[in-house]
Design a binder for this molecule. Structure first.
Ligand code: WTA
Length: 678
């Protein structure tokens, strides 16, 4: 048994609201009649007795150049390999294979943020042409080949999936960095992945403003260079091809407008490279306990099979559906459930450039009406915001959703009910999907035609996913115990990430060490996967997720490491110490509160607070901006000098600070409480 990890003093799970069990809602007969998965035998077929062979059903949703011979190879436990011996290409499966039947069908509806700009409809044929030309450019102009990494820092336009699919066509590993991240964050990811090529954009619209994005590329290249990684080509997609939309100049010999270079590749066709199933498809960086983001490495065959299967059975995607997931492609939700899953099923997927409430609270519902969207997918933060600014807006528009998803954070039953009654008009089936960057696809969710919905609960484990809840001592809580504990998954599944890029030890220690039964074992049963979330399982086998148990916080559904924020604050030279705690927030779910103590002799001021806030935005991005920077005279500390985040967390959340008499400086607690709670 691995040694016990240091306990996090203030975690999301501790400040979570533990709402009770709600009544069931049944899917409509109309939904069930058309659903992809209505066979309740699926749970039996995917029981542990039938593991791992059950996942053949997912693999068979793909077209293989060579069929695999070993379904699950555990020889390098816990780096699982799926569908070994198989050869496959993700770009072929998302594009080429649909041409025969669907070439004139829309693959991507692109909705620019400005309402006066026309929606662009990219057919599968056109997607095929664009992906091929881009692949030719990457191969020929950039010299990229299978196994190379390339960093993408792109906003929400079709250029992003075109670039991803062009990489996938060549077996080049893409690493897309969320467009809202800073140039510095992008640089860290360029360095870690060892990318020589950066693909970015000049600008994009957000909140009605044309944002200069190119400046971030300059920072990224300069910072990467300082850290020893040279970028020798920067490709810049233009928001308006042929027109300059950024004040940041191009760098001679380094920067190239993608749309200009593409002219040399018009009409070029690139054969998809037949990739081994276990070859990496992409990296997706995510936050963890330490300051350094982890590059989650996802494989080709297993990942694609899993997102295709879950898109079909949980998202209920049929080729004739118009599917809109409002996430950003820069996060895992966008990779799996805007790009790879829906396109593998030949759906029409919607990409919206901007914010859901621009220019007004009716925008989402107008888009749904105009494109006849029938499957809608978003996060509780967006649902809360839309409910707050326009609770009656959905009723004004003429759209009909058959299916809706909530993902990324726990959803309050009240918010769920508004989503169900007002957005879905009591007709749409809802799935609350719980999963992570690491897991590639869903872990817990109802299968919409097979299981009733329960507000506030994600539902049972997915077919073939077998969750278990352990207590801190490593004892298994009995199924349906109704007690909170650490939720783990007993078995591997094809969508799971393969490792952390370049850091297998961290992969093993972060996710497997805690509950591993035998480190030398090659048997998957000895390696439960630690998700890092707390959860409660009700008697009916539905799981309610309470939040993170580690130093990760989920702000508006964006995952941030408290250590990342703290080290960003420490970049400001006046700062001596920094501590971040999660605070409950009505719309965002969780917000970070930042406490800092300044170096001796330095007076706190609004200017310093603003400087610290700005440092966080520069180092990470605007999503990490703290609710408030509290400059305190001293941090509450134990006698051994450890910062008591638990006390700060209680103050920020107006909770009980508990016994403070054992602290080295109990008097600061009252002082800080007055300042924060005034
Ligand atoms: C949280 C996003 C409650 C959870 C797909 C997880 C959720 C983290 C849900 C992963 C849900 C995700 N209900 N909490 N339905 N879905 N989470 O990596 O804490 O950005 O560990 O992946 O979000 O965030 P990530």
């Amino acid at each position: 048994m691995a040694e016990k990890k240091e306990v996090v003093e203030t975690s999301e799970a501790q400040i979570a609201v533990h709402w009770g069990e709600e009544a069931y809602y049944e899917p409509s007969a109309e939904f069930i009649a058309q659903a992809n998965m209505t066979d309740s035998g699926i749970y039996e077929r995917f029981s542990l007795d039938n593991f791992p062979n059950c996942f053949k059903e997912y693999a068979d949703l793909l077209d293989w150049y060579e069929y695999w011979d070993t379904i699950l190879d555990t020889s390098d436990a816990p780096c699982w390999k799926w569908f070994v011996g198989g050869k496959v290409n993700a770009s072929y499966n998302c594009v080429d294979r649909h041409l025969a039947k669907h070439k004139n069908k829309t693959a991507i509806h692109f909705v620019p943020e400005l309402e006066e700009e026309k929606t662009e409809h990219v057919t599968f044929q056109e997607l095929y042409v664009r992906v091929n030309e881009m692949a030719a450019l990457l191969q020929d102009f950039c010299g990229l080949k299978a196994g190379d990494r390339v960093t993408l820092h792109l906003p929400m336009t079709p250029d992003l999936p075109v670039t991803m699919l062009a990489c996938a066509r060549l077996g080049v590993i893409h690493s897309q960095v969320f467009g809202g991240f800073s140039g510095k964050s992008c640089a860290d990811r360029i360095v870690d992945s060892g990318s020589n090529v950066l693909i970015t954009a000049d600008s994009y619209y957000r909140g009605g403003k044309l944002i200069d994005h190119k400046e971030k590329a300059d920072t990224a290249v300069a910072e990467a260079k300082k850290a020893g990684q040279t970028v020798d080509k920067v490709l810049v997609w233009q928001r308006y091809p042929g027109k300059n939309s950024t004040p940041t100049p191009m760098v001679e010999g380094l920067d190239y407008f993608t749309n200009d270079v593409l002219k040399n590749y018009y009409g070029k066709i690139v054969e998809p490279v037949r990739m081994p199933a276990e070859a990496p498809l992409f990296l997706m960086y995510t936050s963890g306990t330490t300051g350094k983001p982890k590059g989650c490495q996802h494989g080709t065959g297993g990942y694609l099979a899993y997102v295709t299967g879950t898109s079909k059975f949980v998202q209920d995607i049929h080729p004739e559906d118009v599917y809109w997931c409002m996430a950003d492609i820069g996060w895992i939700t966008g990779h799996s459930y805007i790009v790879y899953g829906p396109l593998a099923l030949a759906a029409s997927t919607v990409i919206y450039e901007g914010i859901p409430t621009y220019p007004d609270a009716g925008r989402c519902w107008r888009i749904a009406q105009d494109l006849d969207v029938n499957i809608f997918h978003t996060a509780p933060t967006a649902i809360r915001a839309l409910r707050k600014v326009g609770p009656d807006e959905p009723a004004k528009y003429n759209y009909k959703f058959k299916h809706m998803t909530t993902v990324g954070e726990p959803i309050e039953p009240e918010v769920w009910k508004w989503y169900y009654n007002v957005v879905g008009r009591g007709e749409a089936a809802i799935v609350d999907t719980w999963w992570q960057t690491e897991t590639g696809g869903f872990l817990c969710s109802t299968i919409p035609a097979l299981k009733a919905m329960k507000p506030g609960s994600a539902g049972p484990g997915m077919p073939g996913i077998h969750p278990v809840i352990y207590d801190d001592e490593g004892k298994e809580l009995p199924a349906g115990a109704g007690k909170a504990g650490n939720i783990c998954i007993r078995n591997p599944w094809p969508g799971g990430f393969q490792t952390i890029w370049g850091d297998r030890d961290r992969f093993v220690s972060t996710y497997y060490e805690r509950y591993c039964r035998d480190k030398n074992s090659k048997n998957w049963e000895d390696w439960p996967y630690l998700t890092g979330d707390a959860a409660v399982e009700a008697e009916d086998g539905y799981f309610r997720i309470l939040g993170r148990i580690d130093d990760v916080i989920n702000v508006s559904g964006h995952r941030l490491g408290t250590k990342e924020l703290e080290s960003a604050a420490l970049v400001v030279q006046e700062v001596a110490e920094a501590a971040v705690v999660p605070v409950k927030h009505d719309i965002k779910g969780i917000e970070p509160d930042l406490y800092v103590a300044l170096k001796p002799g330095i007076e706190g001021s609004d200017e310093i607070a603003a400087k610290i806030s700005k440092a966080i935005v520069d180092e990470i991005g605007a999503i990490a901006r703290p609710r408030k920077v509290w400059i305190v005279p001293d941090m509450p500390k134990t006698r051994s000098g450890k910062i008591m985040r638990r006390v700060l967390g209680a103050i920020s959340n107006k909770g009980d600070v508990g016994d403070t008499m054992t602290l080295a400086n109990p008097e600061v607690v009252e002082e800080i409480t007055k300042m924060v709670q005034n």
